[in-house]
Design a protein around this ligand. Structure first.
Ligand SMILES: [Mg+2]
Ligand SMILES: [Zn+2]
Length: 241
């Protein structure tokens, strides 16, 4: 019996947002105002598609983007956490559910040599087209009205857990490690034995605090973290139980 660890990527595994970090590749390290203003709420993937098209047209090559992405810092203690998980891989399955994209996440994990720690990465599929421009698509379509159009992390998590169950893998508990607004939906659906781990001071943490003040019930335990080392401590506690 294993524990399922679910990670967000931006501002959780890495200590920044890959989609805003990549803007440093643009001329003068900023986007034209019209492009910047073209973002419509709920349509982030479409917006990033336009950003990547712009970078491509400005002559920014894949290599340059890769250099930028692989220079993003990991959050403090994450490297130690991934080494810990690797050492105890018989006790943990480990997935990423992220609204970044498949190219950025592979680059970051490969450069840091942590690819083998993760069993599966669920994110918006991206690829370079024949012009050398990065293109990105919505991960899926769903009907959750709390989430952006391209991704409901709760739907992804439930589908994964169901699929695993059909293949005979039953998790004793789910530990969800995240920071952002799009982690709220999956976290509120966690069950009694599960653990929600919001990053201290970030949107997910603030939202959960507000919900508990409003006495909105949540079944799972909440354990706040500010570094990967604190996550290790909690995982050590869980596997000792
Ligand atoms: Mg995040
Ligand atoms: Zn949702």
């Amino acid at each position: 019996m294993k524990i399922l660890l679910v990670f967000d990527f931006d501002n959780t595994i890495i200590d920044d947002n890959s989609d805003t970090w990549i803007v440093q590749c643009a001329p003068d390290k900023k986007l034209p105002v019209e492009l910047e203003d073209s973002y419509e709420k709920g349509f982030w993937t479409e917006f990033m598609g336009r950003v990547f098209k712009y970078l491509g047209e400005e002559g920014v090559k894949a290599e340059e983007m890769k250099r930028a992405v692989t220079s993003m810092p990991f959050t403090f203690g994450m490297a130690e956490l991934f080494s810990f998980i690797r050492k105890h891989k018989n006790k943990f399955d480990c997935i990423i559910i992220s609204d970044s994209n498949s190219v950025f996440i592979s680059w970051a994990l490969e450069a840091a040599n942590f690819h083998d720690v993760f069993d599966k990465v669920f994110t918006n599929p991206a690829a370079f087209d024949s012009n050398g421009h990065l293109t990105v698509e919505n991960y899926h379509a769903h009907s959750c009205n709390r989430c952006p159009k391209n991704l409901c992390k709760n739907v992804v998590l439930e589908e994964f857990v169901d699929k695993q169950l059909k293949e005979g893998v039953n998790y004793t508990q789910v530990v969800y490690i995240g920071d952002g607004g799009n982690d709220v939906c999956p976290v509120t659906f966690l069950k009694k034995n599960d653990v929600a781990m919001p990053r201290k001071g970030y949107t997910l943490h603030k939202t959960l605090s507000r919900m508990s003040q409003n006495l909105q019930p949540m079944e799972s335990n909440v354990v706040v973290w500010s570094s990967g080392l604190e996550i290790i401590s909690h995982l050590q506690f869980l596997i000792k139980e």
